[in-house]
Design a protein around this ligand. Structure first.
Ligand code: PA5
Length: 461
């Protein structure tokens, strides 16, 4: 039988106590029931809960596999255009499971297409570099992803990419190489895809962006670089099964939600997600969006931060050990790395490290982790450890589902709607006003007035 992801919260005691956990258990179970019954706020966006079970064996999954295989076989470059939830899931999983230098491998070693992302910023130099890569590649495919179909960043990027693709391949061939993932009916991207004859995949109405990695949003690009998307879904499905356990000790999502919210109640309002595998960097970025957008509302929410250890022990380590005490850490512990190697021997031993010769690197990495856990615990930083048996798509699927489920539960424990994101509109309104978008004249006037009232700072010359 496959193993299960587990949580060790030993290093959060005595910052919180077993009595506190027992006392809080009923609240966690109640919040979990609200989520499971679909009776909480935002209940029209909980379709992600059934995704793994519904997708496995579905016609849609067959189509995703078919198109991702076509890209894998025929493309030497795939560019995914999207932002936020329409970007981070695919980025997180592909970075975690592909070779660390995937895009630098030879075609023979890489097998699938190089993978680049666009539309996740408005940087001119990023755009130019992307367009340059389209020029240089032989066979380019584009997956443009936007649920609303109206988001500015991917909208701008796709205009330029589409123009470049049509110049390179001609309109008809370009349209065969562009795949749109968007709403079933609404939005500019749906209209464009229909007009241009692009192949399309649907983002379900009841799944929000940051919960959409197990829809075509994530599955198509992940499959297109040769990652086993069935195993990813199977892992998530397994997590949905043990996610129904009412006993906290058997349910990592419940335990995680319980511990982090108790820590918040004790004043630990910043959670740092820690990894010891640099390929998990973007997994933390995905997690930050998941928790940041879900919880940060009405003056509430745990602030999600992340570090890559041991790299960041040489930059953020001092602060974590000894700075202000309002942080806790959640450590992603990959029990078996994808592969291991041993420390080389050098008899001259100028660096004094010969005592490590022949030792597996992962054993040293684990000692760094253990040493850091103990040091940070001594420094009064509570630590939770999430044990991931192996770094593969099955366990990543489990982890994704556990985090999503715990996020919904945490939101209800906090008393916020975890499935909306009203706050992200504020910057867009100002940006459009500053760009004189039609219909934004009043907003522009209000902004000009506001700017007159702002305190003037000094600009150094
Ligand atoms: O989680 C969310 O809803 C957001 O991060 C969106 O995914 C992001 O804004 C992109 O939106 P869209 O897919 O509509 O382009």
């Amino acid at each position: 039988m496959d193993k299960k992801i587990s949580i060790d919260y030993s290093y959060t005691l005595p910052f919180i106590t077993e009595d506190m956990i027992n006392g809080y258990k009923d609240s966690v179970l109640k919040a979990a029931k609200t989520l499971a019954d679909g009776t909480g706020e935002g209940n029209d966006f909980i379709g992600w809960r059934q995704l793994p079970t519904e997708r496995l064996g579905s016609e849609e999954l067959k189509k995703i596999v078919e198109v991702s295989n076509e890209i894998y076989e025929n493309a030497d470059l795939l560019i995914c255009v999207g932002i936020g939830g329409s970007y981070l899931g695919a980025k997180a999983v592909t970075e975690a499971l592909c070779h660390p230098f995937y895009n630098m491998l030879s075609d023979e070693d890489r097998k699938g297409p190089k993978l680049l992302f666009a539309g996740q910023n408005i940087s001119a130099s990023w755009m130019n570099a992307i367009l340059d890569q389209i020029d240089k590649a032989k066979s380019v495919y584009i997956n443009v992803i936007s649920k609303s179909g109206t988001t500015t960043e991917p909208g701008i990027a796709f205009r330029n990419i589409k123009t470049k693709m049509e110049k390179k391949y001609g309109k008809i061939d370009a349209s065969k190489r562009i795949i749109a993932t968007t709403d079933a009916k609404k939005g500019a991207l749906r209209t464009l895809a229909t007009n241009e004859g692009y192949r399309t995949f649907i983002i379900p109405d009841d799944v929000g962006g940051r919960f959409s990695v197990l829809t075509p949003v994530g599955l198509l690009p992940i499959g297109a670089v040769g990652i086993d998307i069935m195993k990813l879904l199977q892992g998530a499905q397994e997590a949905s099964v043990f996610g129904a356990e009412q006993d906290l000790s058997l349910n990592p999502a419940f335990t995680y939600a319980c511990i982090r919210n108790l820590l918040l109640q004790k004043g630990y309002h910043t959670e740092i997600l820690v990894n010891y595998e640099p390929t998990l960097h973007y997994f933390s970025e995905w997690w930050k969006q998941l928790y940041g957008e879900s919880e940060g509302k009405n003056g509430k929410g745990i602030f999600p931060a992340s570090v890559d250890f041991t790299s960041d022990l040489h930059s953020m380590g001092q602060w974590i050990q000894d700075g202000q005490r309002f942080i806790f850490e959640t450590v992603l512990n990959v029990e078996s790395p994808m592969n291991d190697t041993k420390v080389a021997s050098d008899k001259e031993d100028l660096d004094g490290l010969e005592f490590l010769a022949g030792k597996p690197l992962d054993e040293i990495n684990k000692c760094a982790m253990k040493g850091t856990l103990l040091a940070h615990y001594d420094g009064k930083v509570p630590n939770m450890v999430i044990n991931i048996p192996e770094m593969n798509s099955y366990y990543l699927g489990q982890l994704i589902y556990i985090f999503e489920q715990a996020c919904g539960i945490s939101g209800y424990l906090l008393g916020v709607n975890p499935f909306n994101q009203p706050g992200v509109e504020a910057y867009k309104k100002n940006m459009f006003a500053l760009l004189n978008k039609p219909g934004y004249q009043d907003a522009r006037k209000a902004l000009d007035e506001k700017m007159k009232t702002l305190p003037s700072g000094k600009v150094t010359k």
